[in-house]
Design a protein around this ligand. Sequence first.
Ligand code: SF4
Length: 346
Amino acid sequence: MSQPFTPDVALLQLRGSAQASLHQEAACAARQRFGPRVFVRAVVEVSNFCRENCAYCGMRRANRNLARYRAAHEPLAELLLKHLPSSVTDINIQAGEDPVAVRETVLPLLRTLRRETALGLSVCLGTLDAVLCNELQAAGASLYIIKFETADPLRYATLQAPGKLSERLLAIRQLADSGWHVSSGFIAGLPEQSPTQLLANLTLADTLPLSGCSVSPFIPGDETPLAGTPLADLELTLNTMASLRLMRPDWVIPAVSALNLAGQSDGYSRGLRTGANLVTINLTPENFRDNYLLYKRDRVIMNEERILSALASEGLSPSKQSLADFFRANRPVAHLRPPTLFPNPA
Ligand code: SF4
């Protein structure tokens, strides 16, 4: 059995031909495990109400300039049942942390989709209580996306991310224990984040019971306290993605649309070249999109045409198997390394 790959700071900082080799090696690891197939998921962003106040997000509750919306179940069901792009095998229902939307929109939508389709169903809805999580599972969802954002508890607190980092990690473990497949994620290139701090995210992710993990480049979001801070370095982000892939060849790692905001416009394709194996088509109704303010009002919307063209140009094609079916057949294994959170200064 080959030795587990251990990422290090030097790898995160590679440039030039050594960096190209790292990315190539990561892409090969993904293709060896998954072949030339990439999972294609659609996302619908059903509510931008949020009770949290993350400093990196324009949907934080303190942003009073944002027109808030909750989408109704019926038009979304019609959209997803009648106008779903043929390459899509999974739906991700996403919202700010808004339990009202979970009850009024997400649960009925999941029940409709479960009754009418064989699509895989994911949710990204924040930290919810166990009762609601169980209802989501009973309604047909099987993958919960919940990011830990940073392995540094102090930074987590200053970013005003939800609750405490320790609570977020507990939520990840509890979701996995109760039968969910869990995907997490973290932000690369936060203001003044050192390479050692960035590396700690990889180490932490490896200790968690995950099926997948994302690396999102830091984008100074419109209407946030961090609006004036520098954008993440795309090269550092891609090296982190490549290291994540080599560390966990078995994980599902998405190419996130923010890669295009951090790069010239080829960031997304370059993400696929570091071994990403999940792409997302945005199906949020147009009248809501500008107010789903994760980063910028001027969003890069990945439609089916853009996604298929990005895949084709990398010699990749959509997976016929859904993420949900893949996860059902492949239970995650948490590596038994001790959790090494970035230490708080004394
Ligand atoms: S990142 Fe999520 S939880 Fe935080 S403010 Fe934005 S929508 Fe809310």
